[in-house]
Ligand binder design. Structure first.
Ligand SMILES: Cc1cc2nc3c(=O)[nH]c(=O)nc-3n(C[C@H](O)[C@H](O)[C@H](O)COP(=O)(O)O)c2cc1C
Length: 465
């Protein structure tokens, strides 16, 4: 896929040899390993962007167990912002969470009266009011997940009905981050049709419910309603964050962005790829514990800090870099929109307008095909941007290039795919077809990696290439 970028060139293309016209051959730009990683002064994990979880604590006997959850999340390098309901503060003091989390604990929707009374400085009063007025929105936008543990029957009802009566219930409506709830209550409260109906509404909405266990309850009864084990709650949060370590031990080679094929010193052929899909895959793979080798065409994006980046321009450079890194990779995910054609001749001087011209093109190397012919045990995932016969073409590509999976998107649709934060894809493997309805590229990246993990599990082969 390609398009003409730059002003119109009007001179008839000469048949001059492309090498003599200025495009030197690519010797393989060494990948840029983050300095601290190379020096061994930091671990790869510490370079992965720290995630933040809002932990809502509500008014139940199990509120004290949330203190341990804070610690377990912090052990996984996750920042925790605790929000307590008024009732929760009857069971455990905010100070406990402030000391454990190292962050201010949010205990109410409005600036506390004492704070305002404690100063006569009107600027400070205004700023306190302003801070608290926008805090629920600021928190909503800054978190990667919202966890409520323990979740009372009351808070589940508020969430299900969209009643925003305090900070936590307002935050639930204001955030687009994934939500996990871990209910805990008396067995009759748990079994009540109202509670079960509210839970069903939340599940339908995509809220992850960590089911309570059965046993002896604090109220003296026996049955369901005990807060799930803390480890199970943390695992659910990690899954929601896409931060489970299921790619640990893998080296994921990701290609991203467009390529540029030179025409003359000022012009080139390129396409609309922004690189966002590949950068999302790279970031997601890092969070899931992989080492990531990112081969990137020209993009305006900042690569994830822990990725080892090789920057390329042309399809030929992309090919050389990928084949160079292939032996050390265990999974290859090719999201890059590599140009299918390049100018047969590259002009040494800027073309002048002299009337109509014909630009002669020649095909670039088929990188996927070359990878397939050289691969050992690597899992190879290709991306296909199609505008017609979308599924049929993708299936053909899966077979002809011996891929393990192909992710196909219809780039003729507006608002998804190229140059967008959203995508809608179908992932085709040899065993299944998974539709991923329109969502963020981050979510698509997670679903693609899920498939890579499933293929690995199915093969049950050692991780090494
Ligand atoms: C001693 C005591 C223990 C309670 N334990 C629970 C509980 O485990 N689960 C629950 O859903 N409600 C429990 N409640 C009731 C809640 O505290 C009550 O519904 C409250 O309104 C919840 O407020 P919140 O959801 O804003 O935190 C308990 C109440 C008391 C007095």
């Amino acid at each position: 896929m390609w398009q003409f970028a730059g002003s119109r060139a009007n001179e008839v293309a000469s048949q001059a040899k492309r090498r003599s016209c200025g495009q030197g051959s690519y010797r393989g730009t060494p990948s840029v390993v983050p300095e601290a990683l190379r020096a061994g002064s930091v671990s790869r994990r510490s370079l992965v962007k720290r995630m933040k979880v809002a932990l809502g604590v509500t008014g139940g006997i199990a509120a004290y167990k949330a203190a341990e959850i804070v610690r377990l999340l912090q052990d996984r390098a996750i920042r925790v912002q605790v929000i307590m309901t008024r009732s929760a503060q009857e069971f455990i003091r905010p100070l406990t969470f402030a000391a454990l989390s190292g962050e201010k604990v949010i205990t109410g929707m409005f600036a506390p009266g004492e704070e305002q009374a404690a100063t006569t400085d009107s600027a400070k009063i205004d700023s306190a009011n302003l801070d608290s007025a926008i805090e629920h929105i600021a928190v909503a936008q800054s978190i990667d997940a919202l966890l409520v543990a323990p979740a009372t029957a009351d808070v589940l009802a508020h969430f299900a009905q969209g009643i925003a009566s305090d900070f936590l219930t307002t935050l639930y409506l204001a955030t687009t981050a994934p939500v996990v709830v871990a209910p805990a209550m008396n067995v009759n409260m748990w079994n009540h049709p109202a509670t079960q109906a509210n839970l069903e509404i939340l599940r339908q909405r995509g809220v992850k419910v960590v089911e309570p266990g059965a046993g002896y309850l604090a109220c003296g009864m026996t049955g369901s309603g005990r807060l799930a084990e803390n480890e199970a709650i943390v695992t659910a949060v990690l899954e929601a964050l896409g931060a489970s370590q299921d790619l640990s031990g893998e080296t994921v080679l990701v290609t991203a962005g467009p390529t540029r094929e030179k025409i003359d010193p000022a012009r080139y052929l390129t396409n609309r790829s922004s690189g966002r899909m590949g950068y999302a895959v790279a970031e997601a793979a890092l969070r899931r514990g992989a080492r990531v080798l990112l081969v990137s065409g020209p993009t305006a994006l900042t690569p994830p800090a822990a990725a080892e980046v090789t920057r390329v321009e042309s399809a030929e450079q992309m090919r050389d870099a990928v084949l160079n890194l292939l032996p050390q990779s265990t999974i290859v995910i090719k999201t890059a929109a590599v140009s299918d054609y390049r100018a047969k001749s590259i002009f040494g001087q800027k073309l002048k307008r002299k009337g109509p011209m014909v630009l002669e093109l020649e095909p670039t190397a088929d990188i996927l095909k070359e990878i397939s012919s050289r691969k050992q045990s690597q899992i190879i995932v290709g991306f296909a941007a199609e505008t017609e016969n979308v599924l049929e073409n993708a299936r053909q590509k899966l077979a002809s290039k011996q891929l393990d999976a192909i992710v196909v998107n219809d780039v003729s649709r507006e608002g998804v795919g190229f140059d967008s934060d959203r995508n809608q894809v179908t992932i085709i493997t040899n065993d299944e077809v998974v539709d991923v309805p329109e969502t963020t590229k981050w979510e698509v990246a997670q679903r693609v990696l899920d498939q890579a993990v499933r293929i690995r599990q199915r093969r049950k082969s050692p991780v090494k290439a």
